[in-house]
Design a protein around this ligand. Sequence first.
Ligand code: NDP
Length: 444
Amino acid sequence: MTYVERVLKNLKKRNPGEPEFHQAATEILTTLAPVVEKHPEYEKAGLLERFVEPERVVMFRVPWVDDKGKVQVNKGYRVQFNSAIGPYKGGLRFHPSVNLSIIKFLGLEQILKNSLTGLPIGGGKGGSDFDPKGKSDREIMAFCQSFMTELYRHIGADTDVPAGDIGVGGREIGYMFGQYKRIRNEHVGVLTGRGLTYGGSLVRTEATGYGLIYITEEALKARGDSFEGKTVVISGSGNVAIYACQKAQSLGAKVVAMYDSNGYIYDPQGIDLAVVKDIKEVKRGRIKEYAERVPGSVYTEGCKGIWTIPCDIALPCATQNEIDEQSAQTLVNNGCKYVGEGANMPSTLEAIEVFQKNGVVFLPAKAANAGGGATSALEMAQSSGRMFWSFEEVDAKLKGIMVNIYHNIDNAAKEYGYEGNYVMGANIAGFIKVAEAMMAQGVV
Ligand code: NDP
């Protein structure tokens, strides 16, 4: 049994009932085999064993009172996975599906993603099984304040800097920041994704979606192509999906479909993003309404059918395991040539295999959606320097980072003999920096 196989076997045995964590660890570790072969000192230093074990896991009770006066209790999590290259950094997810396995898979991915940005940020992730859907503003505030009343003691501007993720946007970050500031009496960059009036950064809202398009654009450019005239399908209609759509459209692409967790809309004329933004950002409504408002568009209940719509470029931007083997095959059969992952782990391992076997240019999440984390780090830099950069300045830095990531993963894939395999390239390029930092810091 090889070193990687042993670590994986042990990981599954020691972390039972954590399928998403197993999936992410399998995807990552199997691609690192050539690296650990080249560096036998890593095995001696127990590097992979340490790499897959979070430095700290915090789990806590989040009690709050709903509008009917009833006490509710949710679970809270923060996994501080790896701080070798910088303070823990990663989003908070509020969704009923959240459990330790999901937070650990996201945290593990985050380590490599943040490393790829080239900025000094470690990896962490957190959240709660709280469901913000249908809750009043007061209920959201009560929950966020209770969540922070425990979390505050574990985080800090130089220790661990959470951000948003599914179910956590500007509103939730604001309530959590207010509570942190009240308890600690310090106005510091402890959360990113803050509002522009209290320490936020321009472009943070758009960053993940824009970043996804910048890296995909670079992959297209490397093949003498561009977004101009391309048909694009984007899943999700949240933060990442909306700004990916906006940037893709500005580069001349036609985005024809989007969804939320109930179903998808297909608009052969090209999505009218202003309508989507009004429904999702302003009214916090359902995407179904789009078909009622835009003539010629169609709504279909259920999500999976979105991948049967022919497209040149597919951008999954909602959640994990959205594209299975069958959907991947359908995309390939319909002529899809590029897949860029805006969401975390939206493609199953089998789906990735289908893409790679069929020559689809596949940009994995940890590279393709790193723009959010990168811009968070730019927000941290502005906070500690007491500065505020212009939109153009931050956007140019974000673009530079994404273009750089593309070339780093492309070069790493080539160097290890896997040209064009960006799963290998991203894992290897991200891991090497973390591995070197861990080796330099001794057994900690
Ligand atoms: P949002 O909450 O803003 O949007 C999520 C979107 O996905 C919504 O349209 C939601 O539908 C849909 N969705 C969620 N769960 C499911 C599901 N089980 N099935 C179908 N649709 C679903 O989240 P974000 O846009 O911030 O995040 C999307 C993805 O991007 C996540 O994987 C996240 O981890 C990843 N990501 C986000 C970053 C960021 O900066 N925000 C950074 C890097 C990665 P509905 O409206 O019905 O809930």
